[in-house]
Design a protein around this ligand. Structure first.
Ligand code: PFF
Length: 436
């Protein structure tokens, strides 16, 4: 359970959610996100659990076992591809948080103005080599954790660190109350302006649901293959979803009042929290220490998420390509270092590493969350809803009739009809076939 929370809670909640909410009109995005968590996120996480639990195999293996002689296993491969894209940019952001941790330790932002903080951050990104060094270092650390198989240790830490992370976010929320921009921030986050909703907003909200719950790519299938059979699945997954969603909302409450107080543009994009947080810490009593703890915690939250993807891919290389663990880890570390370096370099001002108006970093972010994970997820719910027999599905969902018997038909209806239709409609409206 803690490993699953560790995978779900990460930069997606604290970095990605606020930046996307900022770009997509705040409250309207939040509302869509919450709706889609219930309509698609929860059924989806349950579906992945059912696959892992029914087969005790990983992303590719579970499809091979349940649907031999078919091409369903390709869904597992899509997950591996998505993992590759995510690790490329996620490790760059993880590297940024290490840099901010360092800044907090040496109190580098004390007394600086908003402009100076922004200029410092831009100089860091534009140096090219600094973010590359940090993301490579972070991948090295991840490789070490996966190689040593110390996930168990990390899990144990999680139990202490996760409540601590929530505690700190709550302290920041209380601090937000004292900021001038509190009202404006709250209005932005909680009063929806429906005119802001476009097909892109809805797709971004859907992508975020998948991203934040680590869905659509078999990570949850892999993790659930270790779970004892008698657990009340609906309850435990419900708790995971609740914790994950709460952390994102609390992060929003902590950040948006500051965004308006320090007159940062909420549509800033991926830089948003890194421009906002140092200001909060620099102006808060004891801010340096809160800052150190905060960046330490999100660095660890990032590590547990990265480890979950890295582990899933290592498993795949070992099971399907018969590599040894050592070889698989080296191989992944090497290729991912190159990819993350490309991502970091593409953010340097004037870099030619772009396709159309997106740099490589933004492209991988968008491609993985909005397309690979969502299409993977759509196929997984279709598989669970239509390919697995009702009897078998009921047995796994209810732990042989022990829990949630009454809710089973609801679940089955949702995965057969509601979730796939919701995802399909979002895609069709995105490509312009349906107009809202
Ligand atoms: N859920 C993680 C986050 O919110 O930061 C990111 C993530 C982890 C995505 C694992 C996908 C995944 F397989």
């Amino acid at each position: 359970m803690m490993a699953i929370v560790g995978s779900a809670v990460g930069l997606g909640n604290i970095w990605r959610f606020p930046y996307l909410a900022g770009m997509n009109g705040g409250a309207a995005f939040l509302l869509l996100y919450l709706g889609l968590i219930l309509l698609v996120g929860l059924p989806m996480i349950l579906s992945e659990f059912i696959l892992g639990r029914a087969t005790h195999r990983g992303a590719v293996g579970s499809f091979k076992q349940l649907a031999p002689r078919s091409r369903w296993y390709l869904v597992g491969y899509m997950g591996v591809a998505a993992g590759f894209c995510i690790l490329g940019f996620y490790s760059v952001i993880a590297g940024w948080s290490v840099r901010f941790l360092y800044d907090a330790v040496v109190n580098a932002h004390a007394g600086l103005s908003q402009e100076e903080i922004t200029a410092g951050f831009n100089a860091f990104k534009n140096s090219g080599w600094q973010p590359i060094l940090l993301s490579t270092g972070f991948l090295g650390l991840t490789a070490l954790v996966v190689f040593k198989g110390v996930e168990k240790g990390v899990e144990r830490w999680n139990k202490i660190l996760m409540p601590l992370l929530i505690g700190i976010l709550l302290v920041l929320c209380v601090n937000s109350l004292t900021l001038e921009g509190f009202r404006e921030g709250m209005t932005f986050l909680f009063r929806p302006d429906f005119s802001k909703i476009t097909a892109n907003t809805v797709l971004d909200a859907l992508g975020q649901v998948f991203f934040t719950l680590s869905l659509g790519m078999g990570v949850m299938i892999t993790y659930s293959s270790y779970v004892v059979k008698s657990e009340n699945m609906l309850r435990s997954k419900g708790i995971v979803v609740l914790i994950d969603t709460s952390i994102a909302i609390i992060a929003g409450i902590a950040i948006f009042p500051a965004v308006f107080t320090f007159q940062i543009n909420p549509t800033e994009g991926p830089d948003l929290i890194f421009l906002t947080l140092p200001n909060i810490f620099a102006r808060m009593a004891g801010g340096q220490y809160v800052g150190i703890l905060f960046f330490l915690l999100i660095t660890i939250a990032a590590l547990t998420s990265i480890v979950s993807i890295f582990e899933m891919m290592t498993n795949y290389l070992m099971e399907e390509l018969k590599m040894t663990r050592r070889r698989a880890v080296w191989w992944l570390f090497g290729t991912l270092s190159v990819l993350s370096a490309l991502c970091a370099q593409s953010q340097v001002e004037g870099s030619g590493l772009r396709i159309g108006n997106l740099n490589v970093f933004d492209l991988l972010d968008l491609l993985s969350a909005n397309y690979l994970m969502t299409v993977g997820g759509l196929l997984i719910v279709l598989f669970v809803g239509w390919h697995i027999s009702e009897k078998r599905l009921r047995r796994v969902f209810t732990s042989n009739g022990r829990y949630n018997n009454r809710l089973f038909p609801v679940f089955r209806f949702v995965v057969r009809y509601l979730s796939p239709v919701a995802v399909a409609v979002i895609f069709l409206s995105k490509i312009g076939l349906i107009r809202g």
